[in-house]
Ligand binder design. Sequence first.
Ligand code: AMP
Length: 191
Amino acid sequence: MNIILFGPPGAGKGTQAAILEETYGIKHLSTGDMLRAEIASESELGRRVKGIIDAGDLVSDDIMIELISNRIDQPDCAKGFILDGFPRTVAQAHALDTMLQAKERNLDAVIQLEVDEEELISRILKRAEETGGARADDNEETLRNRLQVYRRQTEPVLPYYRDKDMLKTVDGMQDIETVTKDIRAILDPLA
Ligand code: AMP
C-alpha cells in the first residue's frame, strides 16, 4: 500500500505516519527528515539545501524527485510507503505519477490532514520548545514563511488529487487517537 499524507507543517503528518508504519508495515518516508540527515552528515547535498530549509523555502523539484525516486526503490519500501512532505508542488505530483508508472507501482490514497492555522502555529512553537530549538526552521518568523509557501505552492496540489478522486480529508484538530482511527477507516479496506 502506497499513500501520501498531506497537510501543512504541524498538521500531524509525522506523528500519524509513525503510527501507520507500525500498523501496516509500510515505510514512513519524511522528505524533511531525509534532508535534515543530509545536512547532519555534511554531504554535498546537505550543504546545498541547508540555507533553503533554514529559510523555510522549498528545495528544487529536481533534487526532491530524484531523492524520492531512489528512496522508494530500496528494499524497505517493497511492501509500501507513506510519503510525508512529498509532493509539495504540482510538478512533484506529476513527476511522482510518472515515476510510479515507470516502476509499475500505484498510489492507493492521498489523505489530507486539516488543521486551523492558529493551531498549527501553536503546535510548532510548542515543538520548538520541547526539542530545545533543534530545528532552525521552527521559529515564528520562518514558520510564517513555511505556511505561506504551503498555501502558495503546496495547496495547489490538492485539486490534482481531488480530480483523480483520490483525496480523502481527515479532521486533524482531533486528538491523535481519533485522527488515527479516521485514517484507518480509510486505509483498512485498502490494506
Ligand atoms: P518538513 O520536515 O516536511 O517540514 O520539511 C522541512 C523542509 O524541508 C521544508 O520546509 C523544505 O525546505 C524542505 N522540504 C521537505 N520536503 C520537500 C519537498 N517535497 N519539496 C521541497 N522542499 C522540501
